[in-house]
Design a binder for this molecule. Structure first.
Ligand code: FAD
Ligand code: FES
Length: 278
């Protein structure tokens, strides 16, 4: 059992959880992910890691369906049935100059870990945070202290609502040498489109449906640069200008009917748990 040592509901449907897993935590690197199972009957789901300290791992997740709801219903002292990791290749971190890390919603978590590594590699880091509303922004104080500049979309003096707009202006005026985007697929696609005209290298952390996370099932197949690639072992980080975004978005919607039906059933059978969620 992997014990939950801390839990915080950051906003409606957005949960931060610290899990004790010394062996995994000791080997973790920015950009890598875990596959977890909330209980013995649960589905395996991938989650990025936002922080680690050699003993525990911190994840931030959005409750979008049954597995993330189940996970969100666990409390401190309870445990996860399984946790596998570190999985995937670590992010590419070298000295590039000025780097923009654009992160949306739960992506602010893994974006924080990546920004820290980029700073340690002697880069200047501009962190661009985007969220559906101000309640879904988290860790702003620690990001303000850490990054060379923090731009909060919708609240910055520049007034841009979207990370992609901030990036478009930054690459046009030659302010950044490299971009990373983490968050929902649509946001990463927009960021890649924003930097493509100026050709500024843009790395994205893809999130196709994954099952085993070790290259055996083929579920996470994506098309990058016209080639089929397995995101779990060759990624999750790729060149955003080379990703076939429409294919990725369509494949992510493959099981929408089944997901909706199973969430509906879960909610009917677990209405009492919803009372605990503020
Ligand atoms: C490498 C990677 C890292 C991720 N990191 C995070 C993170 O840090 N925080 C976070 O909130 N989410 C993260 N996700 C997405 C997260 O895995 C899905 O939201 C979760 O699996 C949804 O499961 P569900 O049962 O709650 O929802 P469901 O109702 O089953 O699905 C809702 C949507 O989530 C996606 N999804 C469903 N099952 C999977 C699956 N097995 N693998 C990937 N996507 C799936 C589909 O697009 C689906 O339409 C990550 C995904 C990947 C691939
Ligand atoms: S998740 Fe099975 S091959 Fe990648």
């Amino acid at each position: 059992m992997y014990e939950i040592t801390e839990k915080e509901r950051l906003a409606s449907g957005l949960v931060m959880m610290q899990i004790s897993a010394p062996q995994v935590s000791a080997k973790m690197q920015p950009g890598q992910f875990l596959i977890v199972r909330a209980d013995d009957h649960g589905e395996r789901i991938p989650l990025s890691v936002a922080d680690w300290d050699g003993q525990s791992l911190t994840v931030v997740f959005q409750e979008v369906g049954v597995s993330t709801r189940k996970l969100g219903s666990l409390e401190v002292g309870e445990g996860l049935a399984n946790l596998a990791g570190p999985l995937g290749r670590p992010s590419t971190v070298e000295r590039y100059g000025t780097v923009a890390v654009a992160a949306g919603c739960f992506g602010i978590g893994p974006g924080y870990a990546l920004a820290r590594a980029l700073l340690e590699a002697d880069n200047r880091v501009i962190f661009v945070a985007e969220a559906r509303d101000r309640h879904h922004l988290f860790w702003m104080d620690r990001l303000r202290r850490m990054a060379d500049r923090l731009v909060i979309c919708g609240q910055d003096e520049a007034g841009a609502d979207r990370a992609a707009d901030v990036l478009k202006e930054a690459v046009r005026s030659g302010q950044v040498d490299r971009v990373y985007a983490l968050g929902c697929t649509f946001m990463m696609m927009e960021c890649s489109q924003a930097t493509r005209p100026e050709g500024v290298p843009t790395r994205v952390s893809l999130m196709p449906v994954m099952v085993d996370g070790t290259g055996m099932c083929g579920a996470c197949r994506c098309s990058v640069g016209g080639h089929s690639t397995l995101c779990c072992v060759e990624g999750p980080e790729f060149d955003g200008h080379q990703v076939d975004w429409p294919l990725l978005i369509n494949r992510a919607r493959s099981y929408l009917d089944q997901e909706t039906e199973s969430l509906d059933l879960y909610d009917r059978e677990n209405w009492h748990k919803a009372r605990k969620v503020r």
